[in-house]
Design a protein around this ligand. Structure first.
Ligand SMILES: [Zn+2]
Length: 228
């Protein structure tokens, strides 16, 4: 068993490779993502795709290419699965908030998020790797007090949190989210992509140091990975 790897591909797009070698893409916005350093072809041998909601910057235009071999599990809400089928992307598995689906020894838990969508209800995901590590991807959301409960239940190793304001938590809310979630590591996301978003993680770093000093913030450059 190798270490688990979490690679940021810009905005909310992450590639997780578990210790057992399973590759997971979360919110795969690749073509057209101004901060994504790879082409869709480069990450197309994907085992599991998770989509937090149906906004374009979380679904992208590459799903047919990414999942076209028919071997990729796509986990989304049933309404998003129906929307994908209308777009010609078949075979998505519908699940919903509170539920866990196990694939190849990996647990995929869908959790709540507070945002909007045109199909289904926005969500986040907690991925439990083969060796029991837990990675939380918050999707797009404002802060919510149930984050504390998620932290209590799931003993999070890594939290991937939006900090860019305007459409999602701002650095202040996101730092309080770290305080509630109590992860070992935090990776900020959903900033610096568009002009309306917060440009840098500086304010977030400063407030996490004050509010949740036990959490270690890992600021990744697009294309960089952290291993744990
Ligand atoms: Zn959104």
């Amino acid at each position: 068993m190798h270490e688990n790897s979490v690679r940021w591909l810009g905005h909310s797009t992450f590639e997780i490779i578990t210790g057992g070698g399973t590759k997971i893409l979360i919110d795969p916005w690749i073509t057209g993502n101004p901060r994504c350093p790879v082409e869709a072809e480069d990450v197309a041998d994907v085992d599991i795709v998770l989509i937090t909601h149906d906004h374009h910057d979380h679904m992208g235009d590459d799903l047919a290419l990414l999942t076209g071999d028919g071997k990729t599990d796509i986990l989304v809400q049933p309404e998003v699965a129906a929307k994908l089928a209308d777009m010609g992307v078949d075979g998505a598995t519908g699940m919903n908030i509170g539920g866990t689906v196990e694939i190849s020894g990996i647990g995929i838990t869908m959790v709540q998020a507070f945002h909007s969508a045109s199909a289904g209800f926005p969500c986040g995901f907690i991925v439990t790797t083969e060796d029991g590590k837990r990675i939380y991807h918050a999707g797009d959301t404002g802060i919510f007090s149930t984050m504390e409960t998620l932290g209590d239940i799931y003993d999070l190793d890594v939290a991937l949190l939006p900090i860019g304001s305007h459409f999602v938590m701002d650095p202040e809310q996101a730092a309080h989210a770290v305080r509630l979630l109590k992860p070992d590591f935090v990776v900020p996301m959903h900033f610096g992509t568009f002009p309306v978003l917060v440009e840098t993680p500086d304010a977030f770093l400063e407030r996490v140091a004050q509010l949740a000093p036990d959490a270690e913030v890992r600021v990744l450059e697009p294309g960089d990975a952290m291993k744990f």
